[in-house]
Design a protein around this ligand. Sequence first.
Ligand SMILES: [Cu+2]
Ligand SMILES: [Zn+2]
Length: 189
Amino acid sequence: MKQITVFLVFFGVAMAAHPVFAATATAVIAGTTEGSIVAGEAIFTETSDGLDVEVKVSGVPAGKHGFHIHENGDCSDAGKAAGGHYNPDNVMHGLVAKDGFEHAHAGDFGNIEVAEDGTGAVKTFIPGLALTGEQHNVIGKALILHEKEDDFGQPTGNAGGRIGCGIITLSEVVAGVAAVSEAVTPDGE
Ligand SMILES: [Cu+2]
Ligand SMILES: [Zn+2]
């Protein structure tokens, strides 16, 4: 009974609202091959305890497609230039939202389910990932959409080719509570 209570308290904390902390980033996803209609966008919002990730894609064959953050911010060579999964902790492949940094690559986001119309969307939250600071910072890395489903096999989930790619680019950093948007207005002179 005590264990159940502890679990519920922990779960309650994990489910609590994530206050917006400092930064947002985007990755514009494009097909990696000539003539590809794969497109999409990912929006990353840093909070005090991790990263909210929202991804939308279109022009993708129906079914599940693995998507991960890969090491290099380079989409060339049909996405191969992005290198391996972002793996700062030198661990096995997994699902980071569930397994954490000790049991999954920090870039292991799992799968996006794509409908018959070619569109798909997913929202996830990754505790500990960041857009600022030294630790687990994903700015400048590539978000890769794969040809096939990530089956969570080793070493990288058997998700096949890289059909979409976008580079994670910082879009906004709000410095402290005093920051307000400064509208640029004509000075009238
Ligand atoms: Cu990948
Ligand atoms: Zn991985």
